[in-house]
Design a protein around this ligand. Structure first.
Ligand code: ADP
Length: 433
């Protein structure tokens, strides 16, 4: 801002002049602080633009203020806000970088004061016509973020006299703050639209899974039914072939189960059917389904259970799914001759279940992310174990819906894994585990 200049007046008159000038400068500072606060208080671009042009035209005392932003794709400047003019109307006028004052300010990254714009070679007539005001004087400054120019802030027609360097200084302060605020608003807008796009894609994915799992379920049911029936009567090579068909069909069935369950949870279409349950019964039900495969792989299974029933409040079917998934994984990732140990302990009002296996283990950095959807340690295309990487994500949602927690522990590759689940007790048992 300009320094106070001495004038010909002296004594008390000079003092009065100085006080008046100080008051004026203080007023400008107050307005600059105000605009800084208001720019920092919103991320909505329209509000930011409005606030800039209103304050700027008040401080530099001119008829109109415009903001032009650079459009990288079209390589020109575009009006985004102008005092008293419908922004839709003015935004239709693109301003070229050559042959326009704004373009020169932008390209040279330097402010300009033109006190007779119509006679300036850079005068861009189209704008004056649209603004419908005689363009008597103009001041413009580049809007910068660090060294990058993103647009131009212009003031038109100083009400009293000509534009001065002081107006340039004020506009530069406003323009630099405005550039940061506009950039933040644009980043927020782009984040929002990315988020909306992701939500849309997530919905398409959910719909696809829902349709696919529904369409696969019925034919698979028939294939399994007939193949099981035929297998009982088949002998020799055809029995072997049927076993192969059954194995593949069961693998497909477990994938369809995964997909169905995930969608069911995602859509929250079914509330939990909570009832009082005995935890040991749920574990036994789940274990029964993998018992045959465990025996087949010669895996030693051991259970350390409390002496009396452990009662919890929960959804039997969904909790069974959780333990079934943990057991299926334990069997899947434990080599022949390994061991799976289940234990239950009571801790205050929670029950703590641990399923420990002696299998291939989980690398430390994967311990959390295996609970994310579609997350598998081995690349899907080269993996040999089947599954989509959905089971644990569903298990976590179910456990959390029951106000419990689930996590994994492992000493690393080939040192086995332990899955922990805690669930609230329905009643504190009279025994200790
Ligand atoms: P998947 O259908 O692939 O088994 P899950 O969500 O059940 O999907 O498991 C995610 C990933 O966690 C598995 O692909 C596997 O890499 C790892 N994992 C789960 N349980 C075990 C385990 N007991 N031992 C070793 N790795 C496991």
């Amino acid at each position: 801002m300009k320094a106070m200049t001495p004038n010909s007046r002296s004594g008390p008159d000079q003092l009065v002049d100085q006080i008046v000038e100080m008051k004026r400068l203080l007023g400008q500072f107050a307005q600059l602080i105000e605009i800084s606060l208001s720019l920092n208080s919103t991320l909505e671009q329209d509000l930011i633009l409005q606030s800039i042009i209103e304050t700027a035209s008040q401080i530099i005392d001119c008829e109109a203020v415009s903001i032009l932003l650079y459009d990288e794709n079209l390589n020109l400047l575009k009006y985004v806000a102008t005092t008293d003019i419908q922004s839709s109307e003015i935004s239709m006028i693109p301003v070229p970088l050559q042959d326009s004052v704004a373009g020169t300010i932008f390209t040279l990254n330097a402010p300009q004061i033109i006190n007779n714009p119509t006679s300036d070679p850079g005068h861009f007539e189209l704008v004056s016509r649209h603004l419908n005001i005689e363009n008597k004087s103009l001041v413009g400054v580049p809007m910068r973020i660090r060294d990058k120019v993103i647009g131009v802030l212009e003031g038109i027609n100083k009400r009293d006299g000509d534009f001065s360097n002081e107006d340039v200084d004020i506009l530069l302060v406003i323009a630099n703050q405005a550039a940061v605020a506009i950039n933040n608003a644009q980043m927020m807008e782009s984040l929002q639209s990315t988020y909306e796009e992701l939500s849309r894609l997530d919905k398409i994915k959910s719909d696809f899974i829902s349709i696919a799992s529904h369409e696969l379920r019925t034919p698979l049911f028939h294939i399994l039914g007939y193949a099981e029936m035929l297998e009982q009567e088949a002998e020799g090579e055809s029995a072997e072939n049927l076993q192969r068909v059954l194995k593949s069909a069961r693998l497909l069935q477990s994938l369809v189960e995964d997909m169905t369950n995930m969608n069911m949870l995602e859509a929250r279409s079914q509330e939990l059917q909570k009832e009082k349950l005995v935890l040991q019964d749920i574990l036994a039900d789940a274990y029964q389904e993998i018992a045959y495969t465990a025996q087949d792989k010669n895996i030693d299974t051991e259970l350390t259970l409390p002496s009396g029933p452990v009662k919890i409040l929960g959804d039997a079917e969904k909790l069974k799914y959780v333990f079934l998934n943990i057991y299926q994984n334990a069997v899947k990732y434990t080599p022949e001759g390994g061991r799976i140990h289940t234990s239950i302990s009571i801790r205050q009002d929670m029950v703590h279940i641990q399923v420990q296996d002696s299998g291939i283990g989980i690398p430390p950095k994967e311990l959390d992310i295996i609970f994310d959807r579609f997350r598998q340690i081995e690349e899907h295309l080269i993996r040999s174990s089947g599954g989509l990487g959905l089971g644990l994500s569903i298990a976590r949602e179910v456990v959390e819906l029951h106000n419990g927690k689930i996590w994994a522990e492992s000493q690393g590759q080939d040192h086995g894994s332990t899955f922990h689940i805690t669930l609230p007790l329905a009643e504190i048992p009279p025994f200790t585990s």
